[in-house]
Design a protein around this ligand. Structure first.
Ligand code: SF4
Ligand code: SF4
Length: 141
């Protein structure tokens, strides 16, 4: 899916604009059934209903915003610091910053553990928070 607009970062640096449960993307083309099995394989025990799962993006300030993880520690930390995302933080990267799997861990999960396919792996691009934030900080330097 091509992004509908410019980059929209979550508070930890994920790309909401590429996320298949981001409300504007669902409204344009509902592909939630593709990403739900990947979520479930990434987080054993997590159940994702493709009919109802939805997120307004964790930077949304609307009181009625629907968020995938309202209790996210990184989100609260970013809000406490009064910044828009972790890329602006002097402590970046910290222990609670959610770092995605490394490339070799991904290969292990796809080729060895068979957790998901390479086609599904492409859907994970939205969640490369470390890559996104490193790139953001390089561009700021
Ligand atoms: S789940 Fe994360 S990446 Fe997706 S829209 Fe919500 S905050 Fe953004
Ligand atoms: S301390 Fe960590 S989680 Fe908090 S804003 Fe900084 S990088 Fe993000």
């Amino acid at each position: 899916m091509k992004p509908m607009c410019d980059k929209v970062f979550s508070r930890c640096g994920m790309r909401c604009d590429l996320c298949l449960i981001y409300r504007p993307n669902v409204e344009k083309e509902d592909r939630r059934a593709e990403i739900c099995p990947v979520f479930e394989q990434m987080a054993p025990g997590f159940r994702a209903d493709p009919q109802t799962i939805l997120c307004d993006g964790c930077n949304c300030t609307d009181q009625n915003a629907v968020l995938l993880d309202p209790a996210c520690k990184a989100r609260q930390c970013v809000m406490d610091k009064g910044i828009s995302h972790c890329g602006h933080c002097s402590e970046y990267p910290c222990l609670i910053f959610p770092a995605e799997p490394t490339r070799s861990e991904l290969v292990q999960m796809i080729d060895v553990e068979k957790r998901w396919t390479w086609e599904q792996e492409a859907l994970l691009e939205a969640y490369n928070c470390k890559k996104n934030m490193d790139e953001f900080r390089r561009n700021q330097a």
